[in-house]
Design a protein around this ligand. Structure first.
Ligand code: ATP
Ligand code: MG
Length: 400
């Protein structure tokens, strides 16, 4: 009964993936622990710790590392997996509370997912158990508040129906992008802003680059020779051009290692793209210039339709969606596009059935939406769905 609401299994691979190469962030962990232990603010005995930062700075990785390190209860909002509703959140966290603190509820009442009432009740019950067993505080990590659904909420309600007040000993650690209107009005709150240009963030950026170098030393040494620069010069250049963004580092270091960014297609290391958006723009343009017809007929439609999907999908679904406008796309050619663009995609392998694909990072999806335009691809998905309704395109509904 409760198991159906739990998403821990679903999040396991995300947590694993985002933490496998995790480095640094000690200053954030320290700040969080200070808040939780009340050493810096003795009046902060419960409430919200809100971690803010720009897209790709590493909030989801940080949330994942918190889960891995401390085993906190957790929920990740993931637009591309269609996990973003208050219902998903409430059912998941309520079920986790019942299981973790062995509360006597065999199932969740239907009211559990309608507002924060039942969640608040469970938090109260869980605190009693945790206090008796010396397990306080109760910490719940919620990633990407900005990705959570914002429609259909009662006026004045918080996103995800997060309760304004929580019992003593309970903390929510939320992450959110910096500029979003995240609709959170709570009694007690502390903020941690990961400043991309801040010294501590830049120290972690350097640590990431150094770790990458050590991990792929032989290959990277060979690249340095091609670039005719020293390790220090590369470290400084990549740090500066990254603008403190981790998603940038992941892409650019991989491209340098694998010979996609070389002195042949870039005059000098100082011509690296500046920041994540510029990296996406350049990569998109570069791929187009490599082979314009292949880009137009294969890469663009498949990547853009993936960016328009609301959930991870198998290749067969991509074939169905592209059939009306791009009939030349079939299983083999779509697989080939996926192979070429693998670095930008996430592959899920459910127990049985074919692998499922989605865009790896929201920031790339945002780039496609803002710079390339996804309307035709959304339309193609809608059209496929309507085509399935018998008689929809009968006389009354013929498209104009
Ligand atoms: N401290 C870190 N150590 C190693 N890799 C990291 C670290 N932080 C982030 N990364 C990697 O950088 C990439 C971007 O990070 P992440 O997805 O956490 O960003 P984000 O802040 O959640 O972005 P968004 O706002 O778009 O959700 C991921 O591939 C992640 O694994
Ligand atoms: Mg994130």
């Amino acid at each position: 009964m409760l198991a159906q609401h739990l998403r821990v299994e679903q999040f396991r691979s995300l947590v694993k993936e985002r933490t496998q190469d995790f480095v640094g962030r000690e200053f954030v962990f320290k700040a969080i622990q200070d808040f939780l232990e009340g050493s810096s603010n003795s009046d902060f005995k419960s409430g919200y710790v809100v971690i803010r930062g720009e897209p790709g700075i590493g909030k989801t990785a940080l949330a994942s590392q918190l889960v891995k390190r401390y085993g906190y209860l957790h929920h990740f909002n993931i637009v591309t997996q269609n996990i973003r509703s208050p219902r998903d959140f409430l059912a998941d966290i309520c079920a986790q509370l019942v299981v973790r603190y062995q509360l006597s509820h065999g199932a969740l009442p239907s009211s559990a997912t309608q507002d924060s009432g039942f969640l608040s009740q469970l938090l109260g019950e869980a605190v009693e158990v945790a206090r008796a067993r010396d397990l306080l505080p109760i910490v719940i990590v919620v990633d990407a508040l900005d990705e959570a659904e914002d429609t259909g909420l009662a006026a004045g309600a918080n996103r995800l129906f997060l309760p304004a007040a929580v019992p003593e000993g309970v903390f929510f650690i939320l992450t959110t992008r910096e500029k979003e209107e995240y609709r959170l009005s709570v009694d007690r709150r502390r903020d941690i802003y990961i400043n991309d240009r801040g010294e501590q963030n830049l120290a972690d950026v350097r640590l990431y680059i150094e770790t990458f170098f050590n991990q792929f030393r032989e290959k990277m040494m060979a690249r340095l020779i091609e670039w005719r620069i020293t390790e220090d010069e590369m470290l400084n250049a990549v740090t500066e051009k990254s603008q403190g963004n981790f998603m940038y580092l992941v892409h650019v270091l991989r491209d340098i290692r694998d010979g996609h960014l070389t002195p042949t297609n870039l005059d000098s290391i100082y011509d690296l793209p500046v920041g994540l958006k510029e990296y996406y723009k350049r990569h998109w343009r570069f791929m187009r210039e490599q082979d314009a017809p292949r880009f137009r007929d294969y890469f663009e439609p498949v990547v853009c339709i993936l960016a328009s999907a609301q959930e991870p999908v198998p290749v067969s679904q991509l074939v169905a969606w592209t059939q009306s406008r791009w009939p030349h796309l079939e299983t083999t050619s779509i697989r080939e596009v996926i192979r070429v663009w693998r670095e930008f995609l996430d592959e899920e392998r459910p127990g049985q059935g074919p692998p499922l694909y989605r865009i790896y990072h929201t920031s790339f999806r945002d780039f496609l939406r803002e710079e390339v335009g996804l309307t035709p691809y959304h339309d193609a998905i809608v059209l496929t769905a309507l085509n399935k309704i018998p008689g929809f395109f009968g006389s009354a509904n013929l498209p104009m």
